[in-house]
Design a protein around this ligand. Structure first.
Ligand SMILES: *Cc1c(COP(=O)(O)O)cnc(C)c1O
Length: 379
């Protein structure tokens, strides 16, 4: 097959033009600072869409996770149980606060934190555990009610990392509402984007106000610059928030397109020894990224590997990506504990057998078919 003329991206920003209207409004009224109508409106729109109470618009999803940990009261030496198979941004903020991340293995049904392994970790670390950070990988909700129940039972704060799963639902309820504190991301490759940004969400109004306070340098209410706490420069700008408001108008459409792409892969790759990233029937993912895992037998034969497929795609101008490398396999976290069931390592297995396929919503059906031909050609 010929090399594809136009690069096929994993997931790139899709703008619609309406974003510019809100940005223009910010210019016209000279509200280009990290406060203004777009920031306020975006917070309200996202919180209302999710049914999440209140939102604080921030410079990134990572900043949202950091402030969530501060709200959870993480002190040096506290243990935070974290998803293991995820992007490093899920867990790095634990280290910003000198907490101790402990990684909890995934289950095979959603690739997210295994509640059984979570229980084991809660039992092992007891009162040292202050919070749990659970990510919904690739837009697929984890077993959120089970994690919620366990956190309640053990009296620890649940932080939901819904950075990848905006608009996904679990048992009819939006992700980003299951934690006491919830984080979403508007980074460039996510389902909607503000170019870069994130939001912290909670039903607790005071907590969200506190997050806004920390995010704007923790300035006390005084005529001069007075600080009783350490602050951060984490507030989203009114320009960026304008892009977000325009994107919110297209969130449902983006999700529909993502699902079409997933379903097309599922149909198109039938009969080949691959599985799509799985989800529970009680959930509706946002299908942010379509992924495959190769059947174990194929891996054992050594003929085809995810890396071989990735290279074959790259040669034809198609971007694909390995699954997130589990945190307990990262050099920087080599000293940290990893809790799994019966000596298994589900996350590592998914990492070794898996690949994220191009899931860009601007990818046309014919192009996606061409991508699948390249994949099939590897077998
Ligand atoms: C993207 C992402 C983040 C971080 O969001 P940023 O806005 O890029 O800081 C956190 N967790 C997960 C799982 C992500 O995919």
């Amino acid at each position: 097959m010929e090399k594809l003329k136009e690069k096929v991206w994993l997931s790139s920003p899709t703008m619609h033009g309406e974003e510019q209207k809100f940005v223009q409004e910010a210019f016209d009224t000279n509200w280009v600072a990290p406060l203004g109508k777009n920031v306020d409106e975006l917070e309200q729109e996202v919180a209302a869409y999710l049914g999440a109470g209140y939102g604080a618009a921030l410079t990134s999803g990572t900043a949202a996770l950091h402030l969530a940990l501060k709200l959870a009261g993480i002190k040096p030496g506290d243990v935070v149980l974290c998803s293991d198979l995820t992007f490093a941004a899920t867990v790095n903020p634990v280290s910003y606060e000198n907490g101790i991340p402990v990684f909890v293995d995934s289950e095979g049904e959603t690739w997210n934190m295994d509640p059984r392994a979570l229980k084991k970790a809660l039992q092992k670390y007891g009162k040292r555990v202050k919070a749990v950070i659970a990510a919904n990988l690739y837009g697929t909700p984890g077993k959120l009610d089970e994690m919620q129940d366990l956190c309640q039972e053990y009296g620890v704060t649940l932080i939901e990392d819904a950075a990848e799963s905006l608009s996904a639902t679990y048992k009819g309820k939006q992700t980003g509402t299951f934690g006491k504190y919830n984080c979403i991301s508007f980074n460039g490759n996510k389902i909607i984007t503000t170019s870069g940004g994130g939001m912290l969400l909670s039903q607790d109004r005071e907590a969200v106000e506190k997050a806004r306070f920390w995010a704007t340098q923790a300035r006390d209410k005084a005529p001069w610059y007075q600080h009783s706490e350490i602050g951060y420069n984490y507030r989203m700008s009114n320009i960026v928030a304008g892009i977000g408001r325009g994107q919110m108008l297209h969130l449902e459409e983006h999700r529909r397109r993502k699902k079409e792409i997933y379903m097309r892969y599922k149909r198109g790759l039938e009969g080949f020894p691959v599985q799509m990233n799985p989800y529970l029937t009680c959930s509706e993912p946002n299908f942010w990224l379509s992924c495959i895992t190769l059947e174990p037998e194929v891996m054992e034969s050594g003929k085809v590997t995810p890396e071989r497929i990735r290279k074959a795609l790259e040669e034809k101008n198609v971007e694909s990506r390995p699954i997130w490398k589990p945190m307990h396999l990262q050099p920087v976290y080599a000293e940290r504990d990893f809790i799994s069931l019966d000596g298994k390592d589900v996350g590592k297995d998914i990492f070794q057998r898996g690949l994220c396929l191009p899931s860009d919503i601007k990818m046309e059906a014919a192009v996606q078919d061409a991508v699948m031909e390249i994949i099939k050609g590897c077998f």
